[in-house]
Design a protein around this ligand. Structure first.
Ligand code: ACO
Length: 429
């Protein structure tokens, strides 16, 4: 971070020099940290459209170019050449691991995949029809009750153990949320399988018969995990950082991230997108839905389109589209009607002046639901899968924040409520 420049802010008679910092990539930032003390004003940016909330070295997005880098490496290269656990190492520790470092990391993660046996009792407290995200949110939060020995955030060793536990146990937590919802027995993790294969096995095996994980499906699953692993200071990541800034334990912070991810404007969009594609149903209905999306008086939006940061193709959507073709080809469902609707909708929207002018492109969620459905996941599981993949991003960002010893996050406000007034007794109101 360099400070060659300053910005001058003039307010009435007062003026102030504000330091301007340049990062290694991306726009400069103006440091307004001393503004309130010097001028008695706050900045106002609801939705944080122009606000950098922290300094970070983990992930970079160039929304205009449609570029996403994890620790400097382009997402398409990582999706093609790397695999999820290597990407986890990269996000957490900053560099690609050597062969020995990778082996050690994979062994540590693999050895932590089981859940405390008493957690099964916790699952059984949920209603059978609970949404998997409700279960994941609750169980991740409950980890702080089961793993007391990794909740002291001032101890680097405990932070590391919590990190490994979260990455290792989330697949078990998510798979068990699924098993619980369909009334099947929990399947224990298998340490001889890789991360994605183990997850698929825990979801689709039963004690009654062998389940063979197809390596192409496992590869596609692993790629989905990689594509979702981190995305800089989005809503859920900022939630994790804000929760962590108060000193809350990592399990509580990740549970907060899961809760935030659930919303349809964020991680819940993949579920909403597939529901929308199914509702459209056939290619001939697309113009009707495109017209609704453009109608100011209709709240309908094309789910899986648009992004706060990307004003170009979401680079993850490109990889996801290729994966969709590969997975559907493997499963022999290339003529899947939903995929046809998705491709045609993408084609029409990308030519429509409304979407072109507003720079609305397909985002990561546009194709992911189609792949996940083809793999056999119900829509209610989509966001839970996203939460599982994003856990490494959340924990990497949390770790970075704790290591930098930052202050508690405390935004201010523009108050527009009633001014000071006296209490009126109930009989006089
Ligand atoms: N369909 C139709 N119009 C849209 C869409 C859409 N999907 N997205 C944005 N617009 C329009 C808005 O109506 C608005 O129009 P206006 O300027 O005439 O009022 C303009 O484009 C800008 O939209 P905002 O909502 O202001 O943009 P913002 O950056 O706040 O929203 C968001 C981004 C929430 C992702 C939005 O594009 C959206 O709701 N998309 C659909 C949901 C979705 O796919 N979310 C997943 C995001 S990716 C992720 O979380 C992993």
């Amino acid at each position: 971070m360099t400070t060659p420049k300053t910005a001058t802010l003039t307010l009435g008679e007062q003026s102030m020099e504000l330091p301007v910092y340049s990062g290694s990539l991306g726009p400069d930032v103006i440091d307004i940290g001393k503004l309130y003390a010097a001028m008695d004003v706050f900045t106002f940016d609801p939705g944080f459209t122009s606000t950098g909330s922290c300094e970070s070295k983990i992930t970079f997005i160039d929304g205009d170019k449609g570029e996403l880098l994890y620790r400097g490496y382009p997402i398409d290269q990582l999706a093609e050449k790397s695999h999820y656990l290597e990407v986890c190492y990269l996000l957490l520790y900053g560099e690609l691991p050597s062969a020995t470092q990778l082996e050690d990391f994979e062994t540590r993660v693999t050895r932590h995949t089981m859940l405390h046996e008493q957690m099964q009792g916790f699952y059984k407290g949920f209603r059978r029809d609970a949404h998997p995200m409700a279960i994941v949110c609750g169980v991740v939060g409950a980890m702080s009750a089961f793993y007391h020995d990794s909740t002291d955030i001032t101890d680097p060793w405990q932070r590391e153990v919590a990190t490994i536990r979260l990455i290792a146990k989330l697949p078990t937590i998510v798979a068990w949320a699924y098993k619980y919802s369909i009334g099947q027995p929990f399947i224990y993790p298998r340490n001889d399988l890789d991360y994605a294969s183990n997850f698929l096995h825990m979801c689709f095996a039963t004690p009654a018969e062998e389940y063979h994980v197809d390596p192409i499906l496992a590869r596609a699953m692993d790629r989905i995990f990689t594509l979702h692993a981190d995305h800089e200071q989005n809503a859920s990541t900022s939630t994790v950082r804000l929760a962590g800034s108060s000193g809350a334990n990592p399990f509580a912070c990740i549970a907060a991230g899961v809760a935030c991810l659930w919303g349809p404007s964020h991680g819940g969009a993949n579920e909403a997108c597939l529901q929308m594609l199914r509702e459209i149903g056939t290619v001939d209905k697309i113009p009707e839905y495109v017209a609704r999306a453009k109608d100011k008086d209709d709240p309908f939006r094309l789910m899986g389109f648009g992004h706060r940061v990307y004003k170009n193709f979401d680079p993850r959507a490109k990889v996801m589209k290729e994966s969709a073709d590969e997975v559907l080809g493997l499963l022999g469902v290339e003529d899947n009607e939903t995929l046809k609707v998705a491709k045609e909708l993408e084609r029409i929207a990308l030519e429509d002046p409304y979407f072109v002018e507003k720079k609305l492109y397909p985002n990561v969620d546009f194709y992911s639901g189609i792949i996940l459905e083809a793999m056999g996941f119900p829509t209610s599981m989509f966001t839970a899968l996203f939460a599982m993949s994003r856990t490494v991003g959340w924990i990497s960002q949390w770790k970075e924040m704790i290591e930098e010893k930052s202050k508690i996050g405390r935004p201010r406000q523009l108050y527009t409520g009633a001014a000071n007034r006296d209490y009126v007794e109930v009989e006089n109101r």
